[in-house]
Design a binder for this molecule. Structure first.
Ligand SMILES: Nc1ncnc2c1ncn2[C@@H]1O[C@H](COP(=O)(O)OP(=O)(O)OP(=O)(O)O)[C@@H](O)[C@H]1O
Ligand SMILES: O=P(O)(O)OC[C@H]1O[C@H](OP(=O)(O)OP(=O)(O)O)[C@H](O)[C@@H]1O
Ligand SMILES: [Mg+2]
Length: 285
């Protein structure tokens, strides 16, 4: 049975459960459930604090887990990222009241409040900046107003929390983060778990593809086929079938959902007709 850690709370929890559900796994019905077994898929899910997940996985007691890249790095756990999942995207940045610092190099001698001490201490050390770090559990934006620190380092998504606290970012992002699948370093290829881990990853990749691609069908004249195929190369290569009307073919290919409208315009412009897209519900590449 594959043992998988899933975030039990916070920004990662809902989207992680949605993705697992879409990948065909049973998920807990109540937010108080700590673990569930999905016998059909031979998987056991453990609902844990996102911050602790890399530590559980690095201990070897759980095979893999879903957490944030920033949380993995911050934990310093002996685990690595094996698949990015595309949700809970954020940057991790320094911020302060305007006029406090122009760049990271100005932070020497200052106090930085953060929930991510591991990331911040390492970043400051790498840059050779001698600043103190004070650990707070959350809502760190308020630390400056209350005089606990001159600078904060925190997760920034839309920037609303910083704006509401009257803070500005300092310098470039320290890192960019998103939800990821983590596995203990060196566990690759271990007998027993390996094929199950790979099957799990294929299912999640299938969800990612189904979310980002659509299927496109259209008819075009044989003379235009090469230009049309250049616009819709598909993942391997498009399917081309003859039409009853001579001189015409039907083409079918997967295209990135974000580009679908532009591709439809370009296909129309070269004479393709009956262009339509359909959603992909599940996929195995
Ligand atoms: N507003 C946000 N937008 C996108 N990702 C976020 C946001 N806030 C936190 N994250 C991401 O969520 C993960 C942190 O999860 P965690 O549950 O510890 O904190 P949280 O989501 O802020 O929840 P809470 O602080 O309410 O417990 C990190 O990977 C972080 O980058
Ligand atoms: O740039 P934004 O879109 O405003 O998002 C970033 C904010 O979201 C998270 O806070 P959360 O609400 O989880 O509170 P916390 O600080 O207590 O973790 C994070 O810690 C930032 O404060
Ligand atoms: Mg938070």
């Amino acid at each position: 049975m594959l043992r998988i850690a899933v975030p039990n709370k916070g920004s990662l929890s809902g989207p992680a459960a949605d993705m697992l559900h879409e990948a065909g796994y049973q998920q807990r019905r109540e937010s108080k459930e700590l673990r569930i077994v999905d016998p059909e898929n031979e998987v056991e899910f453990f609902y844990l604090r996102p911050r602790d997940i890399a530590i559980y996985v690095s201990s070897g007691r759980l095979d893999i887990g879903i957490t944030g890249r920033d949380l993995l790095i911050d934990s310093g756990a002996n685990a690595g990222e094996i698949l990015p999942l595309g949700f809970a995207r954020s940057t991790f940045r320094f911020a302060s009241k305007p006029g406090t610092a122009n760049g990271v190099e100005d932070l020497s001698g200052m106090t930085v409040a953060t929930s991510y001490e591991g990331i911040v201490a390492k970043h400051l050390a790498d840059k050779g900046i001698d600043a103190s770090v004070v650990h707070l559990d959350g809502a760190v934006e308020t630390a400056i107003e209350l005089g606990v620190a001159e600078v904060i380092a925190d997760v920034v998504e839309t920037g609303t929390s910083l704006r509401n606290a009257g803070l500005e970012v300092i310098g470039e992002p320290i890192m960019t983060s998103e939800a990821i699948v983590v596995r203990r370093t060196g566990a690759e290829g271990e007998e027993g778990a390996e094929s199950k881990v790979q099957q799990f990853l294929r299912r999640l990749q299938g969800v990612l593809v189904a979310r980002t691609y659509v299927m496109m069908d259209y008819d075009c004249r044989v003379e235009q086929l090469e230009r049309a195929v250049a616009l819709t190369p598909g993942l391997e290569s498009p399917t081309v079938s003859p039409l009853h009307n001579e001189g015409w073919v039907a083409v079918r290919a997967m295209v990135p959902a974000k580009e679908a409208q532009r591709i439809m315009d370009d296909l129309y412009a070269i004479g393709a007709r009956a262009i339509l897209t359909t959603a992909i519900h599940a996929c195995r590449l």
